[in-house]
Design a protein around this ligand. Structure first.
Ligand code: FES
Ligand code: FES
Length: 181
């Protein structure tokens, strides 16, 4: 029995990928792992619940949204642009990381994670949250609840979430235009 394949073209971390023939129905996370060796996106529940597999989707209007790669097939991303965890930090010409994003650095500074299995998803979620605040700032009094609501769907088996939330709060406070007094 042959597996039906269809061409897929998309942009990942700023680089056009494809067209490449991909099995119909292959989950996006399997495409990232198996075809591109982008293994930093983690497979957790596989059912759309834990959000460990979340990547950033870059929309045509300049906004960003979160996308889970376990429940959506690779072809659902046809023509789209996404950023995986490998595409957040700034790299030099040799591909070596030279600067983390404020979200990544803040997670490290606040000791936000332990095993790190959930962290790629949290980086994606927090990045989308901060992007949203740049467009629609919140009042300082509402910041904590906004963070908790935004990251509420991301599950972590190790931590109490507090240090993740503190890290995101610091980024929001340090990023001009995100918080209104
Ligand atoms: S692995 Fe995708 S939501 Fe859990
Ligand atoms: S740090 Fe281990 S699951 Fe979140």
């Amino acid at each position: 029995m042959s597996i039906e394949k269809l061409p897929l073209t998309l942009t990942i971390n700023g680089t056009k990928v494809g067209p490449v023939d991909v099995p119909v129905g292959m989950p996006m996370i399997d495409f990232l792992h198996g075809y591109l060796n982008l293994t930093g996106t983690h497979f957790g529940c596989g059912q759309g619940i834990c959000h460990a597999c979340t990547v950033v989707e870059l929309n045509a209007d300049g906004t960003t949204t979160e996308s889970r790669t376990c429940i959506f097939g690779a072809h659902a991303f046809q023509g789209k642009s996404i950023r995986t965890i490998e595409g957040h930090a700034e790299r030099n010409a040799q591909g070596k990381v030279i600067r983390l994003t404020p979200v990544q650095q803040s997670f490290i500074d606040h000791f936000s994670f332990q095993c790190g299995y959930c962290t790629a998803g949290f980086v994606a979620g927090a990045t989308v949250f901060i992007d949203g605040l740049k467009r629609t700032p919140v009042r300082r009094a509402q910041l904590q609840s906004a963070i908790e609501n935004s990251l509420n769907d991301h599950l972590c088996r190790c931590t109490g979430y507090v240090r993740y939330f503190e890290a995101v709060r610091q980024v929001a406070l340090d990023t001009p235009g995100c918080v209104i007094d």
